[in-house]
Design a protein. Structure first.
Length: 361
């Protein structure tokens, strides 16, 4: 047992062992916990204590507030807190949704609540909490710079799966956001990706999606070079909508499709694969579409986001003298990447985003 687990109350030690050994993943547990894909199926605290305590008396997991505190304040990756919040989604969801709602309304969040928001939307997405759908879409309509400060790479890396997880059946709300030119282009890309997967799964009617994709082209719902066009053509390809392929070629000829992201041959290959393997979910999961099945794994990238307390931030910085030993510069230093955003196409021409290509090196 880790030092961290040893510091917990006995009942929490048992829970920690399950969580940190990978036995509690996403929204399922090794001890036959019911699925938390629907809030009505979520296990109540008393039931969870009974299962983990093997029916014995005195097994207490403690208040969920303790875990919500650790979710933002634990200096190590809070895998135990995340596992608690997922298994006890009925208790954790209201508090996490409240923070999300405040962010969606533009309220200033403390550093702790910013971290709860970041990790909380993964928990809510993995827990398939449909009550999150409305406030999440409102948050995604906030200005791009504000979203970048709050969520960073979550938008491009995981938002499609989070949106799919909390989808409450309101396809019009998804289409409205994707149609809104004022919404950040990478948000539109992620939400349309979620709608594509939900259509494949049958939760959005295929004809409704087809009509929307046709209208997106006819009404030119995005400006030229907008990243939403990438999600648009990928939706047509992955859903096997060959009758709309002519619209994709027309959009390419008109200069609507951003250059260097996807080739016509890639589009044709994806369309052909969709026709040959229409029921293959791997086609979606390989490109980050689907659901979050393991919240702890999905959040591991946040382990480097060390939390700094107020005391840390107020402490004086140690004196740095190493610069005094460097020779004076004879020419100004310039950054050749200063105009390249993390989500922009890499200038090297690889077709990848800068953050996953040269910028990563």
């Amino acid at each position: 047992m880790s030092k961290r687990s040893a510091s917990l109350r006995p009942s929490a030690q048992v829970f920690a062992v399950h969580a940190t050994d990978g036995l509690l993943k996403g929204s399922r547990s090794v001890v036959d916990l019911p699925s938390t894909n629907d809030s009505e199926d979520a296990m109540k605290k008393q039931e969870l204590e009974s299962v983990l305590g093997r029916g014995g008396p005195g097994f207490d997991l403690g208040p969920i507030e303790d875990q919500l505190h650790d979710l933002a304040n634990d200096r190590q990756f809070p895998d135990v807190a995340i596992a608690h919040c997922i298994a006890r989604i009925e208790e954790s969801a209201p508090a996490l949704r409240a923070i999300l709602t405040r962010a969606a309304e533009g309220e200033h969040l403390s550093r702790e609540d910013e971290m709860r928001l970041l990790r909380g939307i993964y928990i809510l997405g993995g827990g398939r909490d449909t009550g999150t759908f409305g406030p999440l879409l409102r948050l995604l309509r906030r200005p791009g710079r504000e979203l970048d400060d709050l969520l960073g790479d979550v938008v491009t890396e995981s938002m499609a799966r989070i949106v799919a997880g909390v989808f409450d059946g309101d396809a019009d709300a998804l289409f409205s956001l994707v149609s809104d030119r004022s919404v950040d282009e990478y948000v539109r890309d992620a939400v349309l990706g979620a709608a594509t997967f939900l259509t494949w799964e049958g939760r959005i009617e295929r004809d409704r999606m087809r009509d929307f994709l046709e209208r997106f082209h006819t009404e030119r719902l995005a400006g030229d070079d907008n990243f939403a066009w990438i999600a648009w053509l990928e939706a047509i390809a992955r859903l096997g909508l060959r009758d709309l392929a002519s619209l994709v070629y027309s959009a390419w000829d008109d200069g609507r499709i951003p250059e260097g992201i996807i080739d016509r041959s890639d589009f044709e290959d994806d369309l052909l694969v969709a026709e040959q393997r229409p029921n293959d979910i791997d086609r979606f999961e390989r490109v980050g579409l689907g659901y979050i099945d393991d919240v702890i794994e999905a959040l591991e990238w946040t382990s480097h986001l060390e939390y700094f307390s107020k005391e840390d931030l107020q402490s004086p910085l140690p004196e740095q003298t190493w610069l005094d030993d460097l020779p004076s510069l004879t020419a100004p230093v310039t950054n050749p990447w200063r105009h390249v955003g993390r989500n922009d196409p890499c200038p090297c021409g690889s077709g990848k985003k800068a953050k996953k290509c040269c910028l990563a090196n």
